[in-house]
Design a protein around this ligand. Structure first.
Ligand SMILES: Cc1cc2nc3c(=O)[nH]c(=O)nc-3n(C[C@H](O)[C@H](O)[C@H](O)COP(=O)(O)O)c2cc1C
Length: 180
């Protein structure tokens, strides 16, 4: 599906006219628990961050992952130019960051990177207190409907022993293990 070239590959998805299926799709996705991350980037296109649940591991050899960004989001254009991004997996103490980078805290906090942000191998901001963070070169791009899928080659990673923040049914929370 993806190629070696930098230009985005366009997945040919024919439009759907089934509004009821769209509604059921959105309802189902709303019931799907996601790990909350902030995707960041920095470089010639500027510094941006956005709250995102569309992130998954792709490969351990080499370490690679994929993220999904709305094509209209400023961060999507910036990653294409900067050619790097970081995935910051948020913890239960990062609710304010999740809301700010989702645009829920107003314009003043939208792209505010405080003292707890640093960088590793690329210029992309890394949250020092995140349960996990992955610094990536943006390698391949795939346009799929409204979204841009970006394959990142992980060039640095770190993990801390803190509980991750989740999102399901329009509410933030955390994983609670069942008794064995
Ligand atoms: C919990 C949560 C998960 C989100 N996941 C994604 C995602 O996977 N991809 C994406 O492009 N936007 C995602 N968004 C939306 C963006 O963070 C942001 O809210 C949206 O682009 C509107 O930004 P704006 O206020 O700057 O227009 C998510 C938002 C929230 C609150």
């Amino acid at each position: 599906m993806v190629t070696e070239s930098f230009d985005p590959v366009r997945l040919s998805l024919t439009p759907s006219t089934d509004a009821e299926l769209r509604r059921r799709f959105i309802a189902g996705m709303g019931r799907t628990t996601g790990a909350v991350t902030v995707i960041t980037t920095d470089g010639t296109a500027g510094r941006f961050g956005q709250t995102v649940t569309a992130m998954m591991s792709v490969s351990a050899d080499p370490p690679a992952l994929v993220i999904g960004l709305f094509r209209g989001a400023p961060v999507a254009d910036a990653v294409r130019t900067n050619r790097c991004f970081a995935v910051n997996v948020l913890g239960v103490d990062h609710l304010d960051i999740a809301q700010a980078f989702a645009g829920q805290g107003g314009p003043s906090s939208r792209y505010r990177f405080g003292e707890e942000w640093t960088s590793l191998r690329t210029a992309s901001p890394i949250l020092t207190t995140a349960p996990a963070a992955f610094d990536c070169h943006a390698e391949q791009f795939l346009v799929a409907g409204t979204h841009l899928l970006i394959v990142g080659r992980v060039v640095e990673a770190h993990a801390t022993d803190t509980t991750g923040l989740t999102y399901v049914s329009r509410a933030y929370g955390h994983h609670s293990p069942l008794p064995a």
